[in-house]
Structure formats: structure tokens, C-alpha cells
Design a protein around this ligand. Structure first.
Ligand code: ADP
Ligand code: MG
Length: 292
């Protein structure tokens, strides 16, 4: 088992290609732009031993400040790849991407985002609190502030009292909340989440969805959330991006503003919820092929 450094975003993936850093001419303004992510004609081809794999094809996407955007699509359609391009963990083969007026690399170096992985990726020999503090330690944040930030975020995700526990003493859902607290402790503008609740049972997932929507409202963060659950996408999002099977293209972008901003689980019974879920399902059906 390996333990990826959860927020080790200084060294990007070895699979990067030395192609155009599209946004290199972007201005590095410190004023907060209303557009957080702007991608134009983004394509990414992974060079593999047998044949190149086109993971993304001409993706256009704009994410506004405060949006909660879900990326939904079948397994292997390029959702993680798109998230990793935003995070500067993969470099696009072609196209442009700008994060808050900066290149993804500049945004990464300014630690504009926190990243929550599919698996919680916690270090078993560190307590919950020391896991949350780790990226801050790497950044050179002083001990008192590290601890204060860790405690604040653990409280936010409902884990006060668990600071001194070890990850293996926590349930899967609690571990994922620790990894969300760890990402939030960086005080990022942008929270990138890759199927954070994918491995959890439905009841726990419902609970965490509710928790996440409350957290999003309270913090006003811009979120990009990868899922393959239609219900989860509709419940959480202000906009849903429906992707096609590989190579990932955007088939539909659905506004969820017919749903209230403040959401409780019972909105899932509403006709508005059903209408959006139906449109997502239609989009996924349209893009589906059984060739893979
Ligand atoms: P998703 O997150 O939607 O399941 P991914 O973005 O992980 O999809 O992958 C998209 C496609 O790219 C898949 O076919 C996957 O096998 C391929 N892929 C992902 N990462 C790599 C890599 N590092 N090298 C080669 N192929 C990759
Ligand atoms: Mg994935």
C-alpha cells in the first residue's frame, strides 16, 4: 500500500508532456476574478506503451466563483484527468486553461486549491489532527497556527473530539471528512474533490452530502466535484457537467437553479429534482457506447 502525499502538488505527474503551457501569457492578477476556471478546447492524450489514450477532447468549461460544479460521466471518461489538469497535476496536450487569471502552475504554487482524493490517503501513524496539519507543516506554517487551523476545520466537518484518534479508529465516512478538513485547512479558494464518497454506503453518503452542501454554503468556496452518482450530482450542484465516454467531451451543462440554494435531503422528492436527474440521465444515455 502506498501513501501518496495528499497535498503534494509541487511535483506534477511524470506523465506530463512538454507541450504548450497554454495559459502562460495569462496575467497574474491578485484581484479576485468572478471566473475561477476557464478551459478552452482542452485535450489530453496519454502516451501509453501500446497506443495513445485520448482522455479529454476539446473540453470547454467555465466555472464561476462560488459555483458547485459536478463532473459526471461513466468510468474512464476523463473526470479525474480534468480535475488533475485544473490542479496542474497533468498538463493538457492542447488547449487553454486559466485558473483565477493564472496558469494552473501559478495557481498551484499559490495553493489556490485543496484536493480531496477518492481514497482518504491519511497516514496511519499520524493522529487525525496531525494528518490535517501535515500540509501546513510542509508549507512552514507555525505550530500554533497549524493546530488552530486544524481544529477549526475538524470542527467544521463535525470531528471535534477526534483530534487524537488515529485514522484506523475512524469509519470510512469520518476518514473522508478528515481529508476534507485537511484540504480546507489550506484555506483554498477552490476545492477539488474526486469521488470523495464513492466508496461509502448510501446512508453515510446521504449524510455526507448534506454535510458538504452545508459546508459549501457556509464557506462560499468554489467546488469541483467528480461523481458518477446522478442523485449526488443533482443534490449538491449549482451546475452539472455531463461527460461522454472516453474521450471525455462535454455533452451537456445543466443549471440547477430551479432547486433552492439551501438544500435538505427531502428536495430529492421534488419534481424539480426529478427533472434535472432525468436530463442528466438522458445526457449520459445519449453519450453511451458499449464499445469499451
Ligand atoms: P475517470 O476519472 O472518468 O474514471 P480518468 O480521467 O481516470 O477517468 O481516465 C480517463 C482515461 O485515461 C481512462 O481510459 C484511463 O485508463 C486513461 N488514463 C488515466 N490516467 C492515465 C495515465 N496516467 N496513463 C495512461 N492512461 C491513463
Ligand atoms: Mg476517476
Amino acid at each position: 500500500m502506498t501513501f501518496p502525499n495528499p497535498l503534494d502538488v509541487r511535483e506534477a505527474s511524470a506523465s506530463r508532456q512538454g507541450s504548450d503551457r497554454a495559459a502562460s501569457s495569462a496575467k497574474s492578477s491578485s484581484a479576485k476574478s468572478p471566473v475561477v476556471v476557464e478551459a478552452r478546447k482542452l485535450s489530453l492524450i496519454y502516451p501509453t506503451a501500446d497506443r495513445p489514450v485520448t482522455a479529454l477532447s476539446e473540453v470547454d468549461l467555465t466555472i464561476a466563483r462560488g459555483d458547485f460544479v459536478s463532473l459526471i460521466g461513466p468510468s474512464g471518461c476523463g473526470k479525474t484527468t480534468l480535475l488533475r489538469v485544473i490542479a496542474d497535476l497533468e498538463r493538457p496536450t492542447s488547449g487553454h486553461i486559466v485558473i483565477e487569471g493564472m496558469t494552473p502552475e501559478q495557481a498551484r504554487l499559490k495553493r489556490l486549491y485543496g484536493y480531496v482524493f477518492q481514497a482518504p490517503a491519511l497516514y496511519p501513524w499520524r493522529t487525525v489532527e496531525r494528518n490535517v496539519m501535515l500540509p501546513l507543516e510542509i508549507m512552514g506554517v507555525g505550530r500554533a497556527e497549524r493546530q488552530a487551523r486544524a481544529r477549526e476545520q475538524l470542527e467544521r466537518v463535525g470531528l471535534s473530539g477526534f483530534e487524537r484518534k488515529f485514522p484506523w479508529q475512524l469509519s470510512g465516512g469520518m476518514q473522508q471528512r478528515v481529508s476534507i478538513a485537511r484540504a480546507l485547512a489550506l484555506q483554498p479558494d477552490l476545492l477539488l474533490m474526486d469521488e470523495p464518497f464513492g466508496a461509502l454506503d448510501e446512508i453515510t453518503r446521504d449524510h455526507l452530502n448534506l454535510h458538504l452542501t452545508q459546508l459549501w454554503r457556509a464557506t462560499g468556496k468554489t467546488c469541483v466535484f467528480v461523481t458518477h452518482s446522478i442523485a449526488e450530482a443533482v443534490f449538491l450542484s449549482t451546475r452539472i457537467v455531463v461527460m461522454s465516454p472516453r474521450p471525455g467531451r462535454i455533452l451537456d451543462v445543466i443549471d440547477c437553479n430551479s432547486l433552492p440554494r439551501e438544500r435538505t435531503l427531502d428536495i430529492r422528492e421534488s419534481p424539480e429534482f426529478a427533472a434535472i436527474a432525468h436530463r442528466v440521465r438522458e445526457g449520459l444515455k445519449e453519450g453511451h457506447s458499449y464499445d469499451d
